[in-house]
Design a protein around this ligand. Sequence first.
Ligand SMILES: Cc1ncc(COP(=O)(O)O)c(C=O)c1O
Ligand SMILES: N[C@@H](CCOP(=O)(O)O)C(=O)O
Length: 547
Amino acid sequence: MSNGDIPNGASPHATHTPSQRYLSTRGDDSDLSFEDVVLKGLASDGGLYIPEEIPVASDWQSWKDLPFVDLAYNVLSLYISPAEIPAPDLKDIIRRSYSTFRAQDVTPLVHLQGNIHLLELFHGPTFAFKDVALQFLGNLFEYFLVRRNEGKTGRDRYHLTVVGATSGDTGSAAIYGLRGKKDVSVFMLHPKGRVSPIQEAQMTTVLDANVHNLAITGNFDNCQDIVKALFADRDINSTLKLGAVNSINWARILAQTVYYFYSYFSLARQSESFKVGDKVRFVVPSGNFGDVLAGYFAKRMGLPIDKLVIATNENDILDRFWKTGRYEKKATHGPAAEGGLECDGVKAHEDGVKETLSPAMDILVSSNFERLLWFLAYKFAAGTKMDDEWIKRQAGQEVSSWLKDLKTKGGFGPVYKDVLKEAREDFESERVTDQETLDAIKRLYKEADYILDPHTAVGIEAASRSVKRAGPGMPHIALSTAHPAKFAGAVTLALKDEPSFQFDEKVLPREFVGLDQKERRVKDVANDWKAVRELVKKEIEEELSLP
Ligand SMILES: Cc1ncc(COP(=O)(O)O)c(C=O)c1O
Ligand SMILES: N[C@@H](CCOP(=O)(O)O)C(=O)O
């Protein structure tokens, strides 16, 4: 347990409920505080942190008319003990985090067509859903660091070195959430040439001294692997005090849980036929499985979600799992076919990622899937009627063995029939091709005069299929994860033949005008975790020596 764990020095168990203590999905770490898991990001056994118990929000129905920030407080305080963050402080962090949003209700719900509603998550500073969690996480880091550093000077101060991997959106949202903050530096790795021009400009035009952009010659999974290799290096992890902003950080998932509740209530306020207590489906464009996992937590907390529909692009590892029970990387093209890439110290993986029109979801392995696997393994082991401690240990062992097979054999499964059955209780999945993505953008422009970004379009195509299965009486909330201006190429490709379509006039927000002309700072680095490690060490040293 860390020094900053319980400010008043009281016993943790006197003031924390089980949903406010955390364990690792691989079983070696447990009984951690919220502050510990937020600052550590990834567990030392390589696992991801989850709450020891998911709280049931027995009074959730009474939250219906709350403003976003009050609702957020009700959700978050179930997972964060007031002994760690007193209620007025948590309320203040939440209020400041969402005051940067352009929409008054933070995440507005709009009716799209028929029984499909769109949850617009792109009204934050960088025009992507990541802002919802990363504005909050930036302020959380600041809060914990101020407290830890009280009365300390110079090198005695706790300095957090955030290392993150991005296919574009996490990077910009994290950089905007952390720029200029004291005692924290951020190193953001993106795959060189594989993020959209606007995303690249958003990240690299931030010139604050604590922001470091690294362009890696590889794909997003290479960046994600490098980040995990850095965390696994005990030396750099402890000397530089590494922190995470990717959705491996539990606070990311937690903050995203709020908008499932909020949009559900928005629907109840907006629709005469929908009442609190009725069921709804959520459709979530998915890559790293963080956003849809937040929906799983909302469901387990009591929100009446019929199904969570996972929408993947042609990088479909998740869709294949739900169809077959096998979770496997599959080389579809590239060097993998000739034996894969080898990278010093990091287990090689196949470059089987397909470049699609929804690049933020071009992911071979979905990191948060591990969290769901733990809950599935827990449920399976609970069938033995052993005590809770044994069941948790068993779940950790099962997850470790699946993840070991993923690393050494490129996949695992089929999982036990009951595990897959359980996964299908809560989730359905759809795979959407690039052509179907373009068709969805075109169709919604013509039929609803709405311009979708390509990731949201993947979700809308999946929603249309789900509506057919679930029937017209089942409302669908599709998550709109980015503003279309971030993906000008795909949107223009879809709409170029529409006479009324003008990108600059219909899509481009004024915040993006002139961004491409600004000065940039970025370093090219090879796909080699040791090269990245040395660069991080050098740049941190230079940054901390600045006057
Ligand atoms: C625009 C956009 N949509 C969807 C996703 C997928 O979300 P997740 O990785 O949480 O599954 C991402 C990236 O993560 C994204 O940037
Ligand atoms: N699509 C993401 C990839 C990283 O996902 P994260 O949610 O785990 O941070 C991006 O935009 O960078």
